[in-house]
Design a protein around this ligand. Structure first.
Ligand code: NI
Length: 256
């Protein structure tokens, strides 16, 4: 059994074959998939998918950094209302973070939104799922200012250096590894070898970032074994060990 700790199977990329994609994942041994929130545009689809296959999905809730603009307060209010609704059950706050890849215009607002959601995660004793792109310095600075001491969460789709990964692990974070680890000359391959196996989580980020040999095509949760095999190969350990250890870590972090 393996867990896809980060996928967007509610994305419109799966509108024509969503049930089959779920079945392919289950057939591949991936019988639990975690759905991060993005913004109010996708909440309905996310909730519908979990309602359709409650045994295979768990939900997180959060406002994604690339969905942050000058109008962020109304989006944050929706996230807050859902997170604190006792009728709902979220396993984490995410995905939240900083993304300076496309645009630095809203860095200030992204920081405000991230801090607010980090506090909610703390209030609710939930782990965080962090999305960080071209912003590791800014993120570490923000975490230093927050000064929580230790953190419960995952740096999803990790894209930093080995040093940054080790720093994140020391702070308490897990490292989310997906299809990029199969790309040629990926720094992520070095990261996958350097960090403790107990701190690695498997993820796809489907429909994005499909592993080789599917690179460039739509990604899906059924490809989790491809990622796990690559990590096993890089570390020179059996696939079974990667599957068991990462599954235990995911269950631990998200209290599954
Ligand atoms: Ni994502």
């Amino acid at each position: 059994m393996m867990i896809d700790t980060h996928c967007h199977l509610y994305d419109e990329a799966f509108d024509l074959d969503r049930s089959q994609a779920v079945q392919r994942a289950v057939d591949a041994g991936v019988n639990l998939m975690l759905l991060p929130g993005i913004d109010s545009q996708s909440h309905a689809a996310q909730e519908a998918l979990e309602a359709q296959f409650p045994e295979y999905f768990r939900q997180m809730m959060g406002l994604h950094p690339t969905s942050v603009n000058s109008d962020f307060e109304s989006e944050l209010a929706i996230v807050q209302q859902k997170l604190f609704d006792p009728q709902r059950h979220y396993i984490g706050v995410g995905e939240i973070g900083l993304d300076l890849y496309w645009d630095k215009t809203y860095l200030e607002q992204q920081s405000v939104v991230l801090r607010r959601q980090m506090q909610w995660a703390r209030d609710l004793s939930l782990p965080v799922c962090l999305h960080v792109r071209k912003a590791y310095n800014e993120l570490f600075g923000l975490l230093r200012d927050l000064n929580y001491g230790s953190y419960r969460g995952v740096m999803h789709c990790f894209g930093g250096s080995v040093q940054e990964a080790q720093r994140a692990v020391e702070m308490g974070f897990y490292i989310g590894i997906g299809g990029v680890v199969t790309f040629k000359n990926a720094t992520l391959a070095e990261v996958a070898k350097a960090v403790p196996l107990e701190r690695i989580l498997l993820e796809t980020d489907a429909p994005y970032l499909a592993p080789v040999p599917y690179r460039g095509k739509r990604n899906e949760s059924a490809y989790i074994p491809v990622v796990a095999s690559k990590i096993a190969e890089l570390r020179g350990i059996p696939l079974r060990q990667v599957a068991e250890t990462t599954t235990a870590s995911a269950k631990d972090l998200f209290a599954l």
